[in-house]
Write a protein that binds this ligand. Structure first.
Ligand SMILES: Cc1cc2nc3c(=O)[nH]c(=O)nc-3n(C[C@H](O)[C@H](O)[C@H](O)COP(=O)(O)O)c2cc1C
Length: 181
């Protein structure tokens, strides 16, 4: 492994953040909102870093920027919900990506179907209720592993994100079998 750190602790990488963001943006993803409640206040932020990690035990991860209100709330609460957004929820993704915004204003986010009594995004494709399993510091983000305690899902078209834009995912035709059912 190469050591990319100078003696002063500054990064010696020649890859600047914009180049990194633009290149990684070529990797198409879904879009989710991480929600939690901490000290009586609801918090939420849009993420596309969500990854399924393990089936047994059921684990996922999200990479949350250090210092964001939601990051601190997730770590403080020790639990969170991953809300996978549907194609028609682009405005929800933007709402939860704006700093300083009253993210939950006008949203019926306190649904009783949530086993942990955390706020959720109504109409999301998946609600994955998680307990924080471990937290790793990685550069300017925290990698938060969540153990999935409960799941509910529906089958509408997901919201996608590619090249800095939201997109719809259309099925690729019927030439391939489902990878899994
Ligand atoms: C499509 C999209 C994906 C994003 N993915 C992430 C992510 O994976 N991790 C992250 O820390 N911020 C991500 N962001 C930025 C956060 O949503 C944004 O900084 C948010 O306002 C921070 O939450 P706060 O209001 O609690 O500080 C993303 C934004 C967008 C629009």
């Amino acid at each position: 492994m190469t050591d990319a750190t100078t003696a002063e602790g500054a990064s010696a990488s020649t890859v600047d953040p914009t180049a990194m963001r633009q290149a990684m943006g070529r990797f198409a993803t879904g879009v989710a909102v991480v929600t939690t409640r901490h000290d009586g206040h609801p918090h939420g932020m849009t993420v596309n870093s969500m990854t399924s990690v393990s089936l047994d035990p059921p684990l996922l991860l999200v990479c949350l920027t250090t210092g964001a209100r939601t990051t601190e709330a997730v770590v403080g609460a020790g639990r969170f919900v991953v809300n996978v957004l549907a194609a028609r929820q682009g405005q929800i993704a933007l709402r939860f990506a704006r700093r300083g915004e009253e993210h939950f204003a006008g949203l019926d986010a306190d649904q009783a179907d949530n086993r942990h009594d955390l706020p959720v995004v109504p109409g999301a494709l998946v609600h994955a209720d998680c307990t924080v399993d471990q937290v790793l510091t990685a550069g300017d983000h925290l990698v938060v592993f969540g153990r999935v305690d409960a799941l509910c899902r529906s089958d509408a078209t997901p919201l996608a994100f590619h090249g800095g834009r939201f997109a719809d995912l259309r099925p690729h035709g019927a030439e391939h079998d489902l990878w899994f059912a």
